[in-house]
Design a binder for this molecule. Sequence first.
Ligand code: ADP
Ligand code: MG
Length: 574
Amino acid sequence: MIRRFFAYYRPYKGLFMLDFGCAIVAGLLELAFPMAVNAFIDDLLPGGKWDLIIWASVGLVALYAINTGLMYIVNYWGHTLGINIETDMRRKLFSHIQKLSFRFFDNTKTGHLVGRLSNDMNMIGEMAHHGPEDLFIAVMTLAGSFALMLAINWKLAVMTFIVVPAIIWVVAYFNGKMTKAIHQLFRDIGDFNARIEDNVGGIRVVKAFSNEPFEEKRFAENNGRFRLTKLTSYKLIAKNGSISYMMMRFVTLFVMVCGTWFVIQNQLTYGEFVGFLLLTNVFFRPIEKINAIVENYPQGFAGFKRYTELMDTEPDVADAPNAGELAAFESDVEFDRVSFGYEGEKKVLQSVSLTIRKGETIAFVGPSGAGKTTLCSLLPRFYEVEEGAIRIDGVDIREVTQESLRRQIGIVQQDVFLFNGTIRENILYGKLDAAEAEIWEAARRARLDEFIQAQENGLDTVIGERGVKLSGGQKQRLAIARMFLKNPPILILDEATSALDTETELAIQQSLAELSRGRTTLVIAHRLATIKDADRIVVVTEEGIAEQGRHRDLIAAGGVYSRLHQAQFGAVSV
Ligand code: ADP
Ligand code: MG
């Protein structure tokens, strides 16, 4: 784990050495100052050698100046190191998340991922900078000042150190409590964010039900809990601060009293006395700092642990090591005894076989939950088949790259997802490098051009989050325009018009018909009227494919399809 953490320092070896080196020198200087004061008082003062005193003063000033510079380097360049590492980790995590498959996202809360990319990364960045440096310096100044104090007067040193275990115990005791409080604080913040995300995302539902007071009450509960946790942690910080302050002053007084006694006994010079007192301060500083360290380490490491967990999550669907490019679609798509289930043993599809020839329009109908969407999402390999295989022109889709496979498949769904941005950006999503003329051509064929022209900002009209500023029909047309740009040979229309009113549906159907011209099309239809002219109708039930054929033949056969048809239209029409 620690090894893995340090691997991220590798690109910044120079920066790390600079930061670490400066920190070490600064730490050594901290130790040197008390000794210099010691020598100053004992060796220079008594003789009153002015020229030496002046030179020594100049030397001390120079040392302080150097230390100031070192501190700047440690603060600025050290943080640069931390930020670089944080940026690298965040980029790696984001691109890893892009590679994860549908199954992962089905089971993951958006808020968690957001938290990992923002909060966790901040804490890791802090640790990446302060972690090794603080720990090393703490140990160094502790050991260094300890040794120097022993060297000055071992009896006084031993007497001073007797109280150390008590101080460490107090600090550790509060740290334990503090860590707990901080974990609670993070959980509270997480709940908080989730609540806000849910509320704002669903604000239209909240308002439609007039449930604002209910939402406010729920929020107030979260807010109150957060307040209590925060108060608890501040109380701990205050208690800890007061107690450690008191103990340190106590030790200083103790050293003063004992030191005075040693001075009177002629076992300690004035210079040694002052030097010793200053060293006591140097000695206790890291102990005070342990607070920060003990706080940052568990947080940073907990964050890093979550980071590695996510980085170690293997995508369920991945390119084979020797995956090639899928050649341009030539002849047929074959589902060969395909079985698939989302969870455990429960199968949604059981040994389904089906061949779709190039240019064919094939319609899937059947009760909701039968597995039509599932069947279609196996073709772009959103999920991996469990048994059997799907082949395009005889090539197993697991043997080609996902990119080359998905380039040839376009999907238009019932709930169109549009990105917050402009019409242009959303159409361009179909082909990122399309020229202006291509965008307009796509818009024209999707019959969205008149709408765009009527807008003040034209293609640069902002459509709001998920396209809230567009009507259902306009959203669907935008999705169709996007698909014209992408221009895939295979098209999946999954209840693309089911959410629309009949009139809009009819209008959109014409655009969809134009979109599917010359393409192999898989249509999932809720309303049977829309698929009467399909080359083949496949009836999917929970038992699998119940029957298939042309509309006319299926009606004549009097099976599931004719019953579905009767349910929708009352009488049989051929
Ligand atoms: P259809 O499109 O025919 O209405 P689906 O293919 O969407 O049916 O769903 C088939 C079955 O699989 C349903 O029982 C549904 O609950 C289940 N299902 C669909 N999507 C998921 C998913 N992402 N995770 C788990 N189960 C799912
Ligand atoms: Mg469906």
